[in-house]
Each structure stands twice: as structure tokens, then as C-alpha cells.
Ligand binder design. Structure first.
Ligand SMILES: *[C@@H]1O[C@H](CO)[C@@H](O)[C@H](O)[C@H]1NC(C)=O
Ligand SMILES: *[C@@H]1O[C@H](CO)[C@@H](O)[C@H](O)[C@H]1NC(C)=O
Ligand SMILES: *[C@@H]1O[C@H](CO)[C@@H](O)[C@H](O)[C@H]1NC(C)=O
Length: 427
């Protein structure tokens, strides 16, 4: 355990200091700065590196690399971002599916050194290698092109990284071991769906970003089939969403009731009247949130307090659709409490959360014993934890208004200054 923490500490240092200094600061003789593991975390395979950390696999890999060379087949970032079924990714990231995520990642790592010349030189000779997930993976070559394959993925960047204790080969797509695929399919209990190409899954019309056909029914309490973005009303300024029918077939929960409850709680809590006002006045926004919750989605709202909202200029609020956009950047399509967020930033240093303002993410990190969101000037501390939590909606009070980084310079010109009030943890 001390080792893991030591390693995280080490990583933290890596990101802050020049390399040599980082080395002096660590007391981990078993992990060499020249290790393939350090190289992975420092490589441009950032999505993979992030998943490895999220899967809490560093300790396992640290031990493994001490015993043998590692060959890491690293999917390019796109393969883990837009080319991956978002529903599958969500499945992997759910805390309850940690085992599946670990299996999937370990399936990309072979406890031996595989060099480009290790590939068989014709289709008739394929080689099987055991991986750290204990599944075997096949090395093969395509006769016509000579392309090297690992499982179903083409090797696009052989020897992307070569270190004394291992090598990283860049590959075109994620490898999905059968057992993980099965876990995923069972979870959805929709037999005909495969992880990468969801045949038979609901089709989204690319023009409208809406479902072509209604989503298949999910069992009450089950996670919704579609990523939340596909369930949202078309943007940028929201069309008024139809009010949820009273207990219609899709509505397992009365999400509207829950949204009203949390707005009321905000008002009673005090210091969040502006935010509550916006939600009350912009009925389309509250209705949309209510509808999403009714459909089984979960939300974490980072609510800026009145002081922070008061610093917004009229300009920023009066553009059509602006308040919606601002609020959507403060809504995370995950259920997070103060404790869960604090624990993740403690463990990982920095964590980025998706927001309903696609594709912008909000960055969270530990600062002064609290969680700090955003970057630089446009940052905000978690100020009033767990104002409202009902298992589907969580509301966390923050002391600033957040903007996506790209827009920060523009916003700064409009003299948005968010005070960093003295943070406090707990009440
Ligand atoms: C890793 O591979 C290199 C080169 O083949 C070899 O010299 C070294 O002994 C190997 N390390 C381990 C731990 O097997
Ligand atoms: C195929 O690879 C083997 C070693 O793996 C080598 O001995 C053989 O000469 C190669 N054949 C061709 C046609 O390159
Ligand atoms: C909400 O509506 C009330 C009444 O129309 C108005 O006084 C208030 O300023 C509005 N608040 C916001 C944030 O738009």
C-alpha cells in the first residue's frame, strides 16, 4: 500500500518538477525512471494512462515490471474517446465494474518483451501470448499488406516507446476480452449488442442528435441505454422539452419532483437564490433536468453561490441561451458526493468530469483540504458540501462560476473575477 501511495506521490512530482529532481525526491528503487511504466504515464497515450490509474492498477504493474519485461499495446486516444461506445465506456468507469476495467486493461499487457520482429511472418502462423489478464492474445500478420495485428487491432505505431524493461506498441483500437464483453452484455441484458459496434442499439439521427426510434425499455432502476447527451433536448438553446407525463411508461422516477425538491432545498439553505431563480425562471432547464432524472440519469449540480453569481455581468446572462450554457457547464452526468469527489482528487490529484455542456469537461483537484474546480482565475472551491443528495441528484455549493477553459480568455476580458474565498471543508 505504501508503495502505491509512494508511486502516486512520485507521479505527482513528475508532473511538477524536472525529472532529476523528481528522482531525488522518491525512495522507490524498484521503479526506475527509465521504466516503461513511467514512460506510459508520461506518453501521449493519455487516455490509456488515465484508465490505468482509474483502475488502480499501478501497484500490480509496478510489481509485474519488477519480474519481467512488459509489452503494452496502447490504443490511440481516439480509440478510447469518440471511437468507443459511450455506454460501454460508462460501464467500465462505474465503480462496481472495476474488475471488468482491470481485466480489459491487463488484456493489453503481455508479461514478456514482444518486438516487431516477434510477429509471425505469415497468416498461417499466428502466435498466442498470455496477457496479465490471463486471457491469451493473438499476434498475427495480414498476408496482403504485411500489417501486424494484435487480436483484432492493427499495430500502427510499433515500438512507440522502447525501454530496458518493456516496450509500448501503439494500436488502432481497443481490445475487448470476451469475458468483459459478456459482463457488459449481461449488464444490459440486451443480447444482440456488442461493445464496439452496438448493432441493434438505438440509432441516433446525426442531424438532430435524437433517437430515430424510441429507446428500448430499461428495467426500472437500470441505467439508461443511451449516453445522456443523446437523451438531452437539442441545443444550443434548449427547445422546451415536453413536460413529463404523469407516470408515463418511461418514468420510473418522478424526476420533476426531485428537481423541485432540490431547488426548494437550495432556497431554504440560503445563499443560493440566484441559482434557484435561474432554475425556476428557465422552466425549460428544470424540465429538462427533471426529464433526464425521470429516465434514470443521475446528475451532480455544482451550484455557484449568490456572491459568485453576482459577479456575472448582465452581458453574460443576457445572450440568448447563455444562462442555460452556464448552468450546463455546472452539471456533471454522474452522481458524486463531496466525499466521493474529495476521495478521487486525493487519490488522483486531478480528475476531469464530463459536463452536460458537451464536450467541455470540468477539472477538479485537491486544494487546501477541499476540492477545487476549474483552472486558474476561473476556479471555484467546493464550499457547501452535499446541500442536497437523494441518490440521483447531488447538489454541491461552490464559490465561483466556472467557464470552459477555451472561453476563459474571452470571459476574462469581460472582467470576470472570481474571488477565492477562504475554503472550508464541512460545515
Ligand atoms: C528485459 O529485456 C531485456 C532485453 O531483452 C533483458 O536484458 C532484461 O534482462 C529483461 N528484464 C527482465 C526483468 O526480464
Ligand atoms: C519467418 O520468420 C521466421 C522466424 O520467425 C524466419 O526463420 C523465416 O525465415 C521467416 N520467413 C520469411 C519468409 O521471412
Ligand atoms: C426570475 O424571475 C423573477 C420574476 O420574474 C425576476 O424578478 C428575477 O430577476 C428572475 N431571476 C433571474 C435570475 O432571471
Amino acid at each position: 500500500m505504501a508503495n502505491v501511495m509512494g508511486f502516486f506521490h512520485f507521479l505527482l512530482l513528475l508532473s511538477c518538477f524536472p525529472f532529476s529532481l523528481a528522482l531525488q525526491e522518491t525512495h522507490l528503487p524498484q521503479i526506475n525512471s527509465n521504466s516503461v511504466l513511467v514512460a506510459l504515464l508520461d506518453s501521449h497515450y493519455t487516455e490509456l494512462a488515465e484508465l490505468v490509474e482509474k483502475a488502480l492498477l499501478l501497484h500490480t504493474l509496478e510489481e509485474s515490471v519488477g519480474k519481467h519485461n512488459l509489452t503494452i499495446f496502447a490504443p490511440k486516444n481516439e480509440a478510447l474517446e469518440r471511437n468507443l461506445d459511450p455506454e460501454f465506456k460508462r460501464f467500465l468507469l462505474e465503480p462496481g465494474n472495476l474488475k471488468s476495467l482491470q481485466t480489459l486493461l491487463l488484456y493489453h499487457i503481455v508479461p514478456a518483451r514482444i518486438e516487431p520482429h516477434s510477429w509471425p511472418n505469415s497468416t498461417s502462423h499466428s502466435l498466442l501470448h498470455p496477457t496479465l489478464s490471463h486471457h491469451r492474445v493473438q499476434l498475427s500478420r495480414q498476408d496482403s499488406t504485411g500489417a501486424q495485428f494484435i487480436g483484432t487491432a492493427r499495430v500502427i505505431n510499433p515500438n512507440a516507446v522502447n525501454r530496458p524493461d518493456g516496450v509500448i506498441h501503439g494500436i488502432e483500437q481497443l481490445l475487448i476480452p470476451r469475458s468483459v464483453q459478456q459482463d457488459f452484455n449481461n449488464r444490459r441484458s440486451l443480447r444482440s449488442i456488442s461493445a464496439v459496434k452496438p448493432e441493434g442499439a438505438p440509432e441516433v439521427d446525426p442531424k438532430t442528435h435524437r433517437l430515430k426510434k424510441p429507446a428500448p425499455p430499461v428495467k426500472p432502476g437500470a441505467a439508461p441505454v443511451l449516453p445522456i447527451y443523446d437523451a438531452m433536448a437539442p441545443g444550443p438553446s434548449l427547445a422546451p422539452a415536453p413536460a413529463p407525463g404523469p407516470g408515463g411508461p418511461h418514468h420510473h422516477f418522478n424526476g420533476m419532483r426531485q428537481v423541485k425538491d432540490f431547488i426548494q432545498t437550495l432556497v431554504q439553505y440560503g445563499g443560493y437564490n440566484e441559482m434557484a431563480d435561474i432554475l425556476v425562471n428557465l422552466t425549460s432547464l428544470a424540465t429538462e433536468m427533471g426529464r433526464l432524472v425521470s429516465e434514470g440519469y443521475v446528475l451532480t449540480v455544482l451550484a455557484p453561490n449568490d456572491e459568485a453569481m453576482a459577479k456575472l455581468t448582465t452581458d453574460q446572462l443576457s445572450e440568448p441561451g447563455a444562462p442555460e450554457q452556464i448552468i450546463y457547464y455546472h452539471v456533471i452526468p454522474e452522481y458524486q458526493t463531496e466525499e466521493s469527489m474529495y476521495n478521487s482528487v486525493r487519490r488522483f490529484g486531478k480528475v476531469s468530469y464530463d459536463t452536460l455542456r458537451l464536450p467541455h469537461k470540468v477539472l477538479a483537484q485537491e486544494a487546501d483540504g477541499s476540492v477545487k474546480f476549474g483552472h486558474g482565475d476561473g476556479s471555484a472551491y467546493l464550499f457547501d458540501p452535499d446541500i442536497y443528495t437523494d441518490g440521483r441528484i447531488s447538489v454541491q455549493g461552490i464559490d465561483g462560476v466556472l467557464f470552459p477553459p477555451e472561453e476563459k480568455s474571452k470571459e476574462e476580458k469581460k472582467t470576470i473575477k472570481v474571488a477565492t474565498a477562504k475554503p472550508r471543508r464541512g460545515k
